[in-house]
Design a protein around this ligand. Structure first.
Ligand code: CO
Ligand code: CO
Ligand code: CO
Length: 323
């Protein structure tokens, strides 16, 4: 949508121009609407679990704005002549179960006949206008916290290529199918400054957006705690999605990779994620407390980076683990 003119409306608090996770529109001084939509083609063989992953992914952008999703509508493109109806029913059932887990009401939807099956949601949520978390607004010295391990792009590539199918698919279903709801709720207790979710551009691409938004360089700490162990194993035998190379290319002009960083870590930082975790910028003490609270509840959270000094455009540096 880069070719469209910038939309100006006094109540449009977040619009197209900042490539944020969702649009935000102020209704009253205390309530703003958060609106987003997303859909994609199946990444697992089980229609039910595809529905769950697609719904978790669509809902995530509302959590990434600091918001609470309320209602959703199904978006369906379905090859009526090529696939049995049960595939669609199971997909929608998976999506609905995920919406119910999120306390989100299914309010409707629309379907069209299409050669390629696609499913997703448009989601409406709310946020207090003073609690909106955009990509921007991180402060110098903030730490970056990630709330899901990386590597779902590699797992999806394994599923597609029939490599370690059962294990890769089970992991993909569990990790990509997890709602970012609890991470989003817990993060709001630690005064976060900025947030996004990690999806198609990978950790590096989404971190670069946050760097550009804040006009602060980011140092990412590459170490094995960031990654799904199975994805590390598969990536080290060369199984990487094409998107990882495209993401690296996209970041190239703003990127330095320390030569001591293990190749496979440097590769996976660009792995495109499906329904990835939240990426949250918080003051250092808050970041440590957020991670500890998440881990105490058995939830994944690691510190993946640090905001540094001013830069006019985005800048990323990837280094070894900072102890
Ligand atoms: Co997003
Ligand atoms: Co999105
Ligand atoms: Co955000």
């Amino acid at each position: 949508m880069a070719g469209l003119p910038d939309q100006k409306h006094p109540d449009l608090l977040v619009g197209l121009s900042t490539s944020d996770d969702a649009g935000v529109f102020r209704l009253t001084p205390d309530i703003a609407l958060v609106q987003t939509l997303d859909f994609f083609t199946p990444i697992v063989d089980s229609p039910y679990h595809f529905g769950q992953i697609a719904a978790a992914n669509s809902l995530s952008d509302v959590y990434a704005m600091g918001g609470r999703p309320l209602t959703a509508m199904n978006i369906v493109c379905f090859p009526v002549c090529d696939l049995p109806n049960s595939v669609l029913t199971e997909t929608l059932r998976g999506g609905l179960d995920k919406m119910q887990e999120a306390d989100v009401a299914l309010a409707g939807g629309h379907s069209v006949d299409d050669k390629e099956f696609k499913y997703g949601l448009s989601v409406t949520g709310v946020v207090h206008p003073s609690k909106i978390l955009t990509n921007a607004n991180a402060k110098p010295g903030d730490l970056l916290v990630l709330t899901k391990p990386l590597g779902t792009g590699v797992l999806a590539t394994a599923v597609k290529g029939n490599v370690d199918l059962a294990e890769a698919e089970a992991l993909l279903i569990r990790i990509a199918g997890t709602l970012n709801r609890r991470a989003g709720e817990i993060m709001t207790n630690f005064q976060p400054h900025a947030c996004t979710d990690v999806t198609g551009f990978g950790l590096a691409g989404h971190a670069l957006e946050m760097s550009r938004g804040a006009k602060l360089g980011i140092t990412l700490f590459a170490n094995k705690d960031l990654f799904i162990p199975k994805a590390l194993e598969l990536a080290s035998i060369g199984l990487l999605p094409a998107g990882a190379y495209a993401n690296r290319q996209f970041c190239q002009n703003s990127l330095t990779v320390n030569p001591l960083v293990e190749q496979v870590y440097a590769d996976l930082i660009f792995d495109p994620q499906t329904s990835g975790g939240l990426l949250v910028a918080l003051a250092p003490d808050m970041a440590k407390d957020f991670v500890a609270t998440m881990n105490d509840q058995g939830l994944f959270a690691v510190i993946v980076g640090e905001f540094g000094s001013h830069c006019t455009d985005g800048r990323l540096e990837i280094v070894n683990n900072k102890v």
